[in-house]
Ligand binder design. Sequence first.
Ligand code: IMP
Length: 227
Amino acid sequence: MIAGPCFCRELERVNCLAMRRVLIASSNPGKLRDFSGAAAEHGITIASLPDFDSLPGVREDGATFEENARKKAEHYSRLAPGEIVLADDSGLEVDALGGKPGVFSARYAFIGSVVVPDRTDADPLNNKLLLGDLDGLPEDRRTARFVCVLAAGRDGQTLSTFHGEARGRILHAPRGSGGFGYDPLFFFPALGKTFAELTPEEKGRVSHRGAAFRKFLQWYERRPPLG
Ligand code: IMP
């Protein structure tokens, strides 16, 4: 018997689930580690889009995490025809600062600057500015949340978005050597540790990125066959 198009599409879907590899529009090793940490328990492999750093970039000038995540998903999925590409936009919102640094988290110490150094140089300066902004504030006024919005894109369109958050507070000094960005300052009370003191798997279980990623996985495993 010759298989019809529906059967082939179903087979493609089953094969895809069997391979269970998700392409991420990021080369940030911290984010990829986080995704891998959250995906490991589901038997899913995470891979950066091939040659991500040499692909044309996209301006992250949206007013919200969702706008930026959609923008990245639509842009990068055009460069990988037929594939589902997952893009992430995320950041830290500090209550006492009215939600700042928010969408400016990656370049907080460089708002208004023409040139923003790369992540490894920017992170310590962002953290230093944040500590300065909160100088003298007592524990109960140092509450904050990490937010992550994931957008799943295919062929230039956003298929769906997924939100996650993690609540904690900002310490007076960094603790821990794992993670990236604001992790050493972000204390997560339920575990009594900063995000920089967690393994990638531990962080994946409680982080904003892990929460958004699990919502994505539910959708990914239930979505209709690719057509
Ligand atoms: P973007 O999503 O690449 O635009 O940048 C997000 C920025 O927010 C990062 O560069 C970090 O400064 C901060 N950020 C987002 N998620 C995390 C996290 O899980 N840990 C620490 N910092 C984060």
